[in-house]
Design a protein around this ligand. Structure first.
Ligand SMILES: CC(C)(COP(=O)(O)OP(=O)(O)OC[C@H]1O[C@@H](n2cnc3c(N)ncnc32)[C@H](O)[C@@H]1OP(=O)(O)O)[C@@H](O)C(=O)NCCC(=O)NCCS
Length: 185
């Protein structure tokens, strides 16, 4: 039966290790998700101190336990500290998934996210067996639109008031990659 395995599936790329996020990473998550450049177009639970990142670790590990989603920590190869996270917030086996990613600004511009997206896209199609991978991008988030296009995603349009966060509705640009798109590369 395709889907998420019991043991957390680490992935490895040329320069990165995609690993399980644990309480050992509270400081790294706090650092990442309180950076105003990261949160400009990326909605996260507000964090007051590193200990608050426990809420994020708890939510992500529950999601994996329930087999409804998976988030990897992005670590430079051979290291255990995180420079970002990437994963699927939701997925339906045999159908579709939603990708999300974020990287510390000091690591931007090196193509790391492009590398990480390629690895988890392969995981999505091969292991989760999804047919379609979606990304919801807030208007103005040019860097995300460019990395998605670099990974073969197509812009499908602006979905009006598609996203609900803190009682506010946000328009989003819908990007998607189909399994068929991979066959026609
Ligand atoms: C999205 C994100 C991961 C991209 O990381 P990155 O390391 O800059 O990505 P890359 O270097 O692989 O590619 C970014 C591209 O966008 C370009 N770019 C970046 N900001 C840009 C801007 N404001 N306008 C136009 N182009 C821009 C870069 O030049 C680069 O293009 P190139 O490959 O042709 O040189 C990073 O910006 C981030 O963490 N953002 C905050 C979190 C977020 O918004 N996540 C997305 C939620 S859907």
């Amino acid at each position: 039966m395709p889907g998420l395995p019991e043991i957390f599936p680490e992935l490895h790329t040329q320069r990165l290790d995609l690993i399980e996020i644990t309480t050992q990473h509270l400081q790294d998550l706090y650092h990442l998700f309180t950076n105003p450049q990261v949160t400009e177009f990326y909605q996260v639970i507000p964090l007051q101190e590193p200990g608050d990142a426990q809420k994020i670790v708890g939510m992500l590990s529950q999601r994996f336990k329930d087999k409804t989603g998976i988030r990897w920590g992005i670590a430079p190869k051979g290291e255990s500290h995180l420079i970002g996270t990437i994963g699927y917030n939701t997925f339906t086996r045999g159908h579709r998934s939603t990708i999300a990613f974020a990287l510390l600004p000091e690591y931007w511009g090196k193509g790391y996210i492009t590398e990480a997206i390629a690895a988890i896209v392969q995981f999505g199609f091969d292991v989760l067996k999804v047919n379609r991978i979606e990304a919801e991008v807030l208007p103005g988030n040019m860097a995300s639109e460019i990395v998605l296009r670099k990974n073969g995603f197509h812009h499908e349009g602006l979905l009006r008031q598609w996203m609900l966060w803190d009682d506010t509705h946000y328009d989003i640009n819908m990007y998607a990659l189909l399994k068929d798109d991979m066959n026609h590369k």
